[in-house]
Design a protein around this ligand. Structure first.
Ligand SMILES: Nc1ncnc2c1ncn2[C@@H]1O[C@H](COP(=O)(O)OP(=O)(O)O)[C@@H](O)[C@H]1O
Ligand SMILES: [Mg+2]
Length: 1078
């Protein structure tokens, strides 16, 4: 299966533009904006064509990992986002594969990240080039040369805690396979003034601090040093400690690195001895001393320090002491000695220290070179890495800045030359018509400085060599004369000056218009620094030293080789080395890294636009873009171009069969890109304007989206269809299973129903049979039973007489008979008397005879009563009848009744027949007299009573006077309607008469009698038998009587006992008659 390869491009996911060449519109503002935008997104690298701009992030970014190295390894330059590794890879591969020597030029101001960049390049190359023990050792030595050089050549400055104070160029040499063989390091212009004096906030070179912090006590003692920075005049104290820097640890690292690089122990020791000597030189102090001839003279204050230095370096103390006091000038075989005053002595001391240190540094570089130099003589491929200070524009610019800026002018010049050359070569190679490019050529400035006859450096040398008084002012005057008309030179003093009134230009200065901007140089110190004078006495003293290293550092001190010619000035030395460097670089393929410092605070995330703008200006980056863009802004090989844009045209999408170039032609035609916008080279397409490229990119992006949509569409369709098919298939399976299941279920239902029906029918049948069988069985049983009973009856009938059970009944009946017999016989003997009131009756002997016993008692009583009644005569029967009547009428109704029971009813109490008194009366009455008795008649008016004879006959009731026997009243019984009496124990009673009758004219009668019960009973019986009507007898304690017309109420009350037992009667008023009953 073909592996799908996704080609990425710089153009993918760009933040801003990855290549400034593509910037539209191009001006300073957009340039800075683009840098800032990328910086804010941690994209610190940006291209200008093949130049890498690097903005110092001031913090570690995760973009240098071994994985990143692998990412960039063997990838095309434009394939990934801009990176220093891409440039390193490009350089290395071009060196290895195309046999082109390379140089990597890193520029930028102090703290912009040059040294870091050079280390990154070296580490990348080390990581990707060949492997193996030998190769690794070479690599290690090359890499370890850095810490040694940094310890001696770097220092903390206000701009950078690890600022390189020298320019460095390192050639790394490779064999034909690309394996490293070794290297050569060149150093430029160490800032040696730092040894004796440092600006505020800065330090001396690291090695001094490292030595004092990290050396063992023993080593310090040996070097006659003390672990105290403040003891040494040459060490600045205000920033002796640097944050985040461990000097002691670094010292060990440096010692270790020296060992790896190949320093012998004694060599390392000698180096430290020289360092110690330099340090101690600073402590030598002078005092003035007057001599007789009036010349100023100086004297060393404390010779102890001097003594120690001499011990350390094995110099004769006297020789050194003399060298600090005298200066010998030799001219034409003559020696003239002059004394040094204090200032001169200090100058000499500092000059010695500076020289000692800078020569030591050069020696170190050479020594390292010796170690790392390639061992073979075969032809080598070379990659040069130049880490040199960039353009410097300070407030006060002096000789050093002048030299540095000169170097940068030269670098710019070769950059332009090489860029243009490369551009031109490419055009030729690609067979594209060359169009002339307008650009600023700085050759004229280089000429102003380096011209051998009237260049500034040449004139400075001339001044320095001129006999007579030479000062910085005379030098400036000379410049003013010679360069007055030069376009790029400006000075207030020059004749016919255009700047006579320019106040920004002080008198002691001159100004040069560098390609990167105008720089004002203070002329002071130029002559001295150019001379770089070390008195011959001192160099001779040094040569005489017993210390081999020091001796070798001052070869001019050898009297045998005395050379009267002045040593070359600093300026001319530098010019020469720059020239060599340029020559060297010109033979190589250049790669540029332009470092930019985003802020002055060494702080992350801060992007100071004005600071960056300044750097962009003097680095000439815009110029750089313009040169690069002069012809065509963008070019790309046909294959990747077609690969990237083929989806924009039907013919090329998805595959183009023919050659890539014709594919691109078809594509561009189809897209109707104006012909003047592009050209076809041999292997590349050239696009004039970035706009066109971006149009292409936009189209591509749009098209990619469409394609993505298409893919998405097809994928979704496919997914839905697959899903649908699956569902359909599943549905069929499910329905099949379901149908089967349903059928099964239905079948089972039918089956079970059939079973149920079957079982019912079977049950029914079985029950039917069972019933029949049972019936048959019962019939059989019944027949059997009947037969059995029948037989039983027969048998019992036959055998009954023999049954014991019948005996019981007979015995029972017999016993019962006997008991009854006995009971009756006993009763006969126990009979009670025949008196009806006798309550005795024998007790019952057996419970079962209870009813019989009671019946017998009743019958006996009735019989006894009958017997008793049968004894009575008719007379007696009558009396008892009357008594019975009275009982029925009054018993329990009238309280008087009980007392009457015992009295026999006599009726005729008065013996009228016999008493003559009543003869007349007797005669008047023909009928039979039933009652004759005296009663008290109550007077109706007053209640008083009078005695009367009360007579009752069969038909009448008569009242007669007791005395005379004269009849007073006669009332037929039919006129008597009612008799009233009280319920109490009195004998009062009222006889009510029928209203309207004759007898009733005077009203009802009210009587009182001792035989009330008898009289009332007889009256009742007589009335009943005569009139066949029941006389109404009212028993009440209050009743009404009719007196003439009035109705009077008779009321019985409870009277007092004082009148005895006789009731009294009183007429209360018309309506009431009160009877008081005792
Ligand atoms: N690529 C980088 N990544 C992280 N820090 C960096 C990088 N480049 C520079 N720095 C920081 O900036 C400081 C100064 O860098 P350096 O290379 O010494 O500057 P120069 O050599 O230009 O004076 C370094 O010490 C380091 O802290
Ligand atoms: Mg540096």
């Amino acid at each position: 299966m073909a592996k799908m390869e996704v080609k990425s491009s710089l153009l993918d996911n760009m933040i801003g533009v990855g290549d400034m060449v593509l910037l539209e519109p191009l001006n300073e503002e957009t340039f800075i904006d683009n840098l800032k935008k990328r910086f804010d997104h941690n994209e610190i690298y940006t291209y200008i064509g093949s130049v890498v701009i690097s903005v110092n992030p001031y913090r570690s970014l995760p973009i240098y990992s071994p994985e990143k190295v692998e990412d960039y390894r063997n990838r095309n330059f434009y394939e990934l986002s801009p990176h220093i590794f891409a440039l390193s890879d490009e350089a290395y591969r071009s060196l290895r594969d195309q046999d082109k020597d390379q140089c990597i030029l890193i520029t930028g101001e102090s703290g912009a990240g040059k040294t870091e960049a050079s280390k990154l390049v070296m580490s990348y190359v080390a990581a990707v080039c060949g492997k193996g023990a030998e190769v690794n050792q070479v690599k290690e030595q090359l890499l370890q040369s850095n810490p040694v050089l940094e310890a001696f050549g770097n220092a903390k400055t206000v701009r950078n805690d690890n600022s390189s104070r020298f320019g460095k160029y390192m050639d790394i040499e490779f064999d034909f396979k690309g394996d490293p063989l070794g290297g050569v390091i060149s150093n430029y212009l160490l800032e040696k003034s730092r040894v004796v004096k440092q600006p505020r906030g800065e330090r001396n070179f690291h090695v001094f601090y490292q030595l004092l912090s990290g050396a063992s006590e023993e080593l310090l003692h040996k070097l006659k040093l003390e672990r105290d920075f403040s003891r040494y005049n040459y060490l600045s104290l205000d920033s002796a400690k640097v944050n985040g820097v461990d000097d002691a640890a670094n010292f060990r690292t440096v010692r270790n690195a020296m060992q790896i690089v190949g320093f012998m122990d004694h060599e390392a020791e000698s180096v430290l001895e020289v360092v110690a000597a330099v340090l101690k030189l600073g402590n030598i102090e002078f005092k003035p001393e007057s001599r007789v001839n009036g010349l100023d003279e100086s004297k060393i204050k404390d010779k102890n320090e001097l003594k120690e230095i001499c011990e350390l370096t094995s110099i004769d103390q006297l020789v050194l002491e003399r060298a600090f006091s005298f200066r010998t000038v030799e001219a034409k075989q003559e020696k003239v000695s002059t004394t040094l005053n204090v200032a001169q002595a200090y100058y000499a001391r500092d000059a010695l220290a500076k020289n000692l240190y800078s020569r030591l540094f050069s020696w170190l570089v050479n020594r390292i070179n010796e170690s790392i130099k390639a061992q073979t003589k075969v032809r080598k491929k070379v990659m040069g890495v130049l880490d040199i200070y960039g353009f410097e524009i300070f407030e006060d610019n002096s000789f050093e800045q002048f030299i540095i800026n000169y170097c940068n002018e030269k670098l710019q010049q070769i950059f332009i030359e090489l860029t243009l050359k490369e551009e031109q070569e490419e055009y030729i190679r690609e067979d594209i018509e060359w169009t002339h490019i307008d650009y600023f050529n700085n050759a004229i400035i280089c000429d102003l400085i380096e011209n051998n006859t009237n260049g500034i450096l040449a004139m400075l040398d001339e001044e320095c060599l001129r006999p007579g008084t030479v000062t910085d002012e005379t030098f400036l005057e000379k410049l003013n004369q010679v360069c007055a008309t030069h376009q790029h030179f400006e000075s207030r003093m020059s004749k016919c000056s255009r700047f006579l009134n320019d106040t920004s230009l002080p008198h002691s200065c001159f100004r040069i218009q560098h390609y990167a901007g105008k720089v004002l140089y203070q002329v002071e110190g130029f002559v001295d620094k150019n001379n770089d004078l070390l008195y011959r006495d001192l160099s001779q003293a040094m040569w005489k030293a017993g210390h081999a290293l020091i001796k070798s550092l001052f070869p001019e001190g050898n009297p045998a080789k005395v050379n009267l010619k002045r040593p070359p000035t600093a300026g001319s030395q530098f010019k020469a080395s720059v020239a060599t460097l340029m020559k060297n670089l010109q033979t190589k393929n250049p790669n540029y890294i332009r470092c930019i410092k985003p802020n002055d605070k060494k702080a992350a995330h801060i992007f100071n636009e004005s600071l960056v703008c300044h750097q962009i200006r003097y680095l000439g980056l815009l110029e750089n873009v313009r040169v690069r863009r002069a012809g065509y802004a963008f070019r790309q090989a046909y294959e990747p171009c077609l690969e990237r844009y083929k989806m924009l045209c039907k013919q090329t999408w998805p595959h183009w069969k023919g050659p890539a170039r014709s594919g691109v032609e078809v594509l561009f035609n189809e897209l109707e890109i104006p012909v003047e916008e592009y050209s076809f080279g041999r292997s590349k397409i050239f696009i004039r304007n970035p706009r066109t490229l971006f149009q292409l990119e936009d189209l591509r992006k749009q098209r990619l989206e469409d394609l993505a949509t298409l893919i998405q569409k097809i994928y979704r369709g496919w997914k839905c269809r697959t899903h649908f098919l699956l569902m359909k298939k599943s549905q069929v399976v499910i329905s099949a299973w379901y149908r089967r299941y349903a059928q099964q279920k239905q079948y089972q239902q039918i089956k079970s129903s059939a079973l149920v029906i079957q079982s019912y029918i079977r049950g029914w049948k079985a029950r039917k049979i069972l019933r029949e069988l049972k019936h048959q069985k019962r019939c059989k049983e019944a027949a059997t039973t009947i037969a059995a009973y029948w037989h039983g009856t027969q048998v019992r009938r036959e055998y009954r007489k023999f049954f014991r059970a019948n005996a019981g009944k007979k015995i029972y009946e017999f016993t019962l008979q006997r008991i009854v017999q006995k009971y009756l016989l006993e009763m006969k003997n126990k009979m009670p008397s025949l008196s009806p009131i006798d309550k005795n009756w024998p007790s019952r002997p057996y419970l079962f005879l209870d009813s019989t016993h009671k019946e017998l008692k009743r019958i006996f009583h009735l019989w006894r009563c009958k017997k008793y009644r049968d004894q009575f005569t008719d007379q007696q029967k009558l009396v008892y009848e009357e008594k019975l009547e009275a009982s029925e009428l009054f018993k329990d109704k009238k309280a008087l009744y009980p007392s009457s029971v015992g009295q026999p009813f006599q009726g005729a109490y008065l013996e009228i027949n016999k008493n003559p008194k009543y003869k007349k009366l007797k005669d008047a009455i023909e009928e039979k007299i039933i009652i004759a008795e005296v009663v008290n008649k109550i007077n109706r008016a007053n209640g008083k009573s009078t005695s009367r004879i009360f007579l009752l006959t069969n038909n009448n009731l008569l009242l007669a006077d007791q005395k005379s026997g004269q009849i007073k009243s006669e009332v037929p019984l039919v006129d008597v309607t009612k008799v009233s009496m009280s319920s109490q124990n009195d004998g009062f009673f009222a006889v009510h008469l029928k209203e309207g009758s004759e007898a009733a004219s005077k009203g009802d009668f009210l009587f009182s009698s001792d035989h009330l019960i008898e009289m009332a009973t007889k009256l009742y019986r007589t009335t009943l038998s005569q009139t066949k009507q029941k006389l109404n007898i009212e028993i009440s304690d209050e009743f009404l009587v009719q007196f003439r017309q009035d109705k009077v109420c008779v009321k019985f009350i409870q009277g007092s006992q004082k009148n005895g037992s006789v009731p009294t009667c009183k007429r209360k008023n018309n309506r009431l008659l009160e009877v008081a009953v005792p």
